[in-house]
Design a protein around this ligand. Sequence first.
Ligand SMILES: Cc1cc2nc3c(=O)[nH]c(=O)nc-3n(C[C@H](O)[C@H](O)[C@H](O)COP(=O)(O)OP(=O)(O)OC[C@H]3O[C@@H](n4cnc5c(N)ncnc54)[C@H](O)[C@@H]3O)c2cc1C
Length: 366
Amino acid sequence: MIAIVGAGLGGLTLARVLGMHGVETAVYDLDASPNARHQGGMLDMHEESGQMALRAAGLFADFERAVLPGGDASRVIDKHGVVLLDQPGDGRRPEVDRGALRDLLLHSLPEGTVRWGARVTAVSAAPGGYELTFADGRTETTALLVGADGAWSRVRPLLTADQPVYAGLSFVEIRVPRTRAEHPRLADVVGDGMLFALDDERGFLAHRESDDELCVYVAVKKPAEWATGGEVGRDSLLALFPDWHPDLRALVSESEGALIPRPIYALPTGQRWSRVPGVTLLGDAAHLMSPFAGEGANLAMQDAAELAQAILAHPGDVEAALGDYERAMFPRARAAAEESMRNLVDLFQPGAARRLAAFFSGATAG
Ligand SMILES: Cc1cc2nc3c(=O)[nH]c(=O)nc-3n(C[C@H](O)[C@H](O)[C@H](O)COP(=O)(O)OP(=O)(O)OC[C@H]3O[C@@H](n4cnc5c(N)ncnc54)[C@H](O)[C@@H]3O)c2cc1C
């Protein structure tokens, strides 16, 4: 039995593709249940990575049914509300609700594959493999261990001492529910897909979701403690945007519910490790990066599909499988991490909105 720590998009994709070919897995997740927390905003699935993985998982048709029509539209504005770009979606980067995507994968697995309420607190080498220790004191031993446990992976220290570093930028996630019905002005401002409102080295990244809710990331350059220190409220957020267009400020003042701090961390770009028998990492555990290449979830799923394929291609030779997987994964992750770092710097510098609009126009023309 292969042990996978983490039932995010990466861990679930791995379990699904292996399971389709008769390889059993146990997936351990710290969440008490599949509905323990909101899964977050929209994701666009790229053809060569996320979509490839969904095909390998036999779930592509279901995914297509879950896609938000027109959700890949892009709009770029400045702080005065001047529209610099307004582009309808062309279907090349279909957008799907993260929760719907997670449910697709979850429901494709045999009952009991995911062990909820299983927080791994320690991992150590043991005779014949690795021993996992859980928060309730239980232990499990496995010959093949995959860390799919995200940014603060408990499995990663078996392979590398690297830890995520704060990227200097924080998001605060806010939500505007029942937008069309109760906040039609905001629905119009954001449009059918993604809104980038960037200026003064800060901004609003907003997306319409399939349930008529807006997910808005308010992005500011502040110390990590600013976001997580419990001090951020709607008034203190608005104070950072005093002269921005009233419709943009209304994204904050008309939002409802909790403000969720999301300080942005990244692992060192190009991180890699020497082969350690019987254990590997995928997704954020392997290569956490800022979200500005739009690749994190896509890569996690691609890693998972390719790792599964490598395991299936080398029956009885786990080391050959893990070696093949890592050789392809390291350079792919490096390229995406470099792009996300470039974009992070670029999007939060003066003139960002104009540059982004020009980039999107060029991308379409090409
Ligand atoms: C604000 C924001 C916006 C983003 N937008 C995009 C986007 O548009 N497109 C895109 O491709 N990517 C995006 N990303 C990145 C994407 O969310 C991640 O890269 C992706 O979720 C990684 O998947 P994963 O399966 O590797 O890890 P995760 O989704 O983090 O899953 C890890 C799982 O492990 C579990 N876990 C953690 N620790 C333990 C433990 N000790 N024991 C047991 N279980 C544990 C967690 O509960 C979780 O379920 C964004 C990220 C952020 C922060």
